[in-house]
Design a protein around this ligand. Structure first.
Ligand code: FMN
Length: 189
């Protein structure tokens, strides 16, 4: 969007994190739609290394394996983070929580704005748990960037999501709210 580009001539980079490893994941597909919708001056990059991270172990946290080191560097350099995750048994998927555990001790991520998008209106438990986890990690969950966009179990591809105003509208608004939060760190979420 023009206003973002005018106010912030430097390119903004947002990292998208999916909580699902499933090939046809609705959460990952929504994040791919976000990439397609990225306004001028905003670059969205999907992180695809969750399944290559070893199990988190505090014993090796100070000298982390390369995959964890790369993840930390990627997120530390980002202007904001977009999270979309399924709910498994009223909780956060284990692989995704493992990824987050590698980031708990990463002080560079403190205050990082995050859009927490829920792809299923009935998945209230994982959404609430993620909001609590991310806040505890010191990330700044931006309410205006955290809508429910109900695409779970609907079989849409990312082109459909990006073309349907009922889905693309709130997704683009979330991206814009996240970018805005990244330049106004003092504004409460
Ligand atoms: C093991 C498992 C447990 C699930 N538990 C829940 C649940 O507790 N609540 C819910 O709303 N959906 C639950 N679901 C449904 C998924 O959240 C839903 O299918 C979601 O779209 C999957 O996300 P994805 O398409 O990004 O992989 C579960 C699915 C699986 C595979």
């Amino acid at each position: 969007m023009g206003f973002i580009h005018e106010l912030h001539p430097r390119m903004k980079t947002l990292i998208a994190l999916s909580g699902s490893l499933r090939r046809d994941s609705a959460n990952t597909t929504l994040l791919r739609a976000a990439i397609a919708l990225a306004p001028t001056g905003v670059r969205i990059v999907l992180y695809e290394g969750t399944d290559r991270l070893p199990f988190f172990n505090p014993d090796i946290e100070a000298d982390p394996p390369p995959a964890a080191r790369e993840l930390r560097a990627l997120l530390s350099a980002a202007d904001g983070i977009i999270v979309a995750s399924p709910e498994y048994a009223h909780g956060v998927p284990g692989a995704f929580k493992n990824m987050l555990d590698w980031l708990v001790g990463c002080a560079e991520l403190s205050g990082k704005p995050v859009a927490l998008i829920n792809t299923s209106a009935r998945a209230v438990h994982a959404q609430a748990a993620l909001a609590e986890i991310l806040a505890t990690m010191g990330w700044r969950v931006i309410d205006a960037a955290s809508p429910v966009i109900a695409v779970a179990n609907r079989g849409f591809d990312h082109a459909h999501m990006a073309a349907d105003p009922a889905l693309a509208g709130p997704l683009l608004a979330a991206i814009e709210a996240l970018v805005q939060a990244s330049v106004e760190p003092g504004v409460p979420s």
